[in-house]
Design a protein around this ligand. Structure first.
Ligand SMILES: NC(=O)c1ccc[n+]([C@@H]2O[C@H](COP(=O)([O-])OP(=O)(O)OC[C@H]3O[C@@H](n4cnc5c(N)ncnc54)[C@H](O)[C@@H]3O)[C@@H](O)[C@H]2O)c1
Length: 308
């Protein structure tokens, strides 16, 4: 396979939350963008959602009109240089989509998955031309979070990685090359290690959910955007870090499955914003306020991407 060095024609498979966000970023950077979405009601919302994002980011919302929307995957990918799959997080569905992509996309096209946690080699298993299959894990909201993890399976070629890193950097993202194809890659492993301990502490009654969130937001949460955890360990000293670990590591949660407290919440229908109650009860006004607070914080935090 010879990959396209500077992909122009971008196809996004799945026009939900992430697909439309990723489409917006590529469209804003001047690429030809097509979104493939099987559900008619969702298709009708894609351009308005892209336009709303462009407006929020101070870009020309007319760029949304240039995005092609279709339900025909085979035709859409015929002229694709770079395809990003953003369909639901179900392995068999993603495998079926990639089989179609391999069949219909040009041999030079790169095929990327936006899976949150599924190893790329399991999506590519049994498929020919797996050297062009790569993970590109974007974060929500795609227009505001710089990181895209670029996940290399044992079969992904260096050329695919190089083109992907260049493409993402050229549209203003901060791509990070992840060389081991493990569930959750890097950032979700870290995020969910924190969530595991947070849920265990609430389940143990050490504090309530609001107190726990306040502890994070008013302490190391403030530092994290400018000081990575290992930079921080160097800053305070590894000798101090070791002394702290001698006491705390044996105490941390080590369940090797989801916490039964979380399972009970889900079984009781307490799903969070979706049902109005999760770890806490939420009024519609409170939910809107949380979303607005997050968007305005991320907008204010926009800055040139940090180098790794
Ligand atoms: N939501 C997040 O915060 C987030 C962040 C990073 C990565 N992801 C990952 O991105 C992917 C998409 O997540 P989302 O939150 O956008 O989900 P979503 O449910 O909002 O969107 C998925 C879309 O894919 C469509 N779809 C279903 N079957 C399809 C098919 N065969 N071909 C094409 N499209 C199809 C659905 O109709 C839906 O519109 C998942 O793998 C998810 O794990 C999500």
């Amino acid at each position: 396979m010879t990959s396209v060095n500077a992909p122009r024609a971008i196809v996004i498979v799945g026009g939900g939350l992430m697909g439309s966000g990723i489409a917006q970023v590529f469209a804003a950077a001047g690429h030809d963008v097509t979104v493939v979405e099987p559900t008619a009601t969702v298709r009708d919302t894609i351009r308005p959602r892209i336009a709303a994002d462009l407006r929020l980011f101070g870009r020309d919302e007319a760029l949304a009109d240039a995005v092609t929307i279709t339900d025909d995957l085979a035709s859409a990918v015929t002229g694709a240089d770079y395809v990003t799959e953003a369909a639901p997080e179900k392995l068999e569905l993603k495998r079926a989509i990639f089989a179609e992509l391999v069949r219909h996309a040009p041999h030079a096209a790169i095929l990327a998955s936006n899976t949150s946690v599924i190893p790329i080699h399991t999506i590519a298993a049994g498929l020919p031309t797996a050297e062009r299959i790569v993970g590109t894990h974007w974060w929500n909201p795609a227009g505001l979070i710089p990181l895209v993890e670029v996940v290399q399976s044992t079969r992904t070629s260096p050329a695919t990685i190089a083109t992907t890193m260049q493409l993402l950097a050229s549209i203003g993202k901060a791509p990070a090359h992840v060389t081991k194809d493990l569930p959750g890659f890097v950032a979700n492993r870290l995020q969910h290690a924190l969530w595991r301990e947070a849920i265990a502490m609430v389940a143990e009654g050490i504090c309530d959910a609001a107190t726990l969130d306040a502890c994070v937001k008013n302490s190391f949460g403030l530092r994290l955007a400018v000081l990575g955890p290992l930079e921080n360990a160097d800053l305070v000293g590894l000798d101090l870090t070791l002394d702290i670990h001698k006491t705390i590591i044996p105490e941390l949660d080590r369940l090797d499955r989801p916490n039964p407290y979380l399972e009970a919440q889900v079984a009781a229908g307490r799903l969070g914003f979706k049902s109005g109650e999760g770890f806490r009860r939420w009024t519609p006004e409170e939910m809107t306020a949380v979303r607005e607070r997050l968007a305005s914080h991320l907008l204010a935090a926009q800055r040139p991407c940090s180098k790794p």
